[in-house]
Design a protein around this ligand. Sequence first.
Ligand SMILES: [Zn+2]
Ligand SMILES: [Zn+2]
Length: 280
Amino acid sequence: MKLTVWGARGSTPVSGPEYLVYGGDTTCLEVRTRTNEVIILDAGTGIRALGKQLLLEGFHHFHMLLTHAHWDHQLGFPFFKPLYRFDCSMDIRGWVSAQESVEDLLGQAMRAPFFPVHLEDVGASLHFEYDCPSRFEMAGIEVRCFPMSHPNGGIGFLMIEGDKRVAFFPDNEPRFPHPGAPDYDDFIEFIRGVDVLFHDGEYLREEYEAFSRGWGHNVFEDTVRLAIEAEVKHLVIWHLNQDRTDDGLDRMQQEARALIAELGANLRCDLARTGLTIHL
Ligand SMILES: [Zn+2]
Ligand SMILES: [Zn+2]
């Protein structure tokens, strides 16, 4: 598997000279399988540049998984250029809550007066799966689902290809019991021993205690500790706060690595940044 981060910013895209290192696009992760198929996780604004790259490389078929309905995870979908190509097709599966289907969810944003092109009128052929079982196959790899602890719900994914396992939980506050959330210990077992864990680590402790507990996002030290507890090999901290500049994120990365050293753990740790690529 080859994993590429196209956006890991939380809540809203940002831009400016203070965001150049880590990037300002919202959640989008590309997974390339060993057979060179493409799975796109979430359709944040990072998907815009990914779409251009995939067309350049001559791809016509794509798979997409959606964790939840929050705007920062859907915002880029109408700007994914392959959508407007009659020679492109996409299989889409995702978490559904109040909406009847993922198609309705994406269609709400792609209709007048919010957007000039209706989802039904795009050129690409879209295939929606209307259920999301706890285990299924996509692009030749096994995918397992597990609830995120997050306002309005959502699911994270575990992708398994051969002996490699990758978990994606971009928005998750596992120690805070949001409705439908699993036990913390069950979550740890679900991700135990994965090669790469992409996981929410948006907040500093003081921010969390002052105003953001229960907002659905995690303190980065707690993310480091859960990764150690779950014997994760490589942690990539996700959902970068909209106000956290490159300097602040550099400090967060240093502090995360210092904590790992202090705890004597064998865990590789990076903050997500646009362009980060991991080969497994
Ligand atoms: Zn988010
Ligand atoms: Zn969210």
